[in-house]
Design a protein around this ligand. Sequence first.
Ligand SMILES: [Zn+2]
Length: 170
Amino acid sequence: MAVLPLNYMGDKVLRKKAKEVKEVDKELETLIGDMIETMYDKQGVGLAANQVGVARRLIVFDNVGLPYGTEPMVLVNPSIIEAEGKCQGEEGCLSIPELVEVVERAERIKVAGLDRQGQPVELEAEGLAARIIQHEIDHLDGVLFVDRVSPLKRNILVSKWNKIRKELVG
Ligand SMILES: [Zn+2]
């Protein structure tokens, strides 16, 4: 396994709509392992494949119901099949380090996809777990959390980010 370099807001791959995974093969298994290692190396709770430069529909996230790092979760071709309620909560993103903002998300969701063996799975999540999954699926559609706040807040975040990005990647 390897820690992969991250893409940051401003990198085109983060704005691409990721492509459906056709087959869960050895190559994908390696990518899954590397993404999990990268997520934990950066102390993240979730990571989408396009954040490491691969525009395919794959996300990993920490099972936040357990102590941090106990159980990495994997969803291939995830889609939200039910969503209920609304809740506000602070979000950050490994691709926009140092910035956080309150974002509205559905409170409870049901998600369908494939597990890391390629078997169909459905899972239900609420609160923080639901928030993380919604954030990661957004990535696969080229959407970042700054797109889900008011235009005023978005402008503030983007101008802060432009300074941070300069120091981070030049
Ligand atoms: Zn993110």
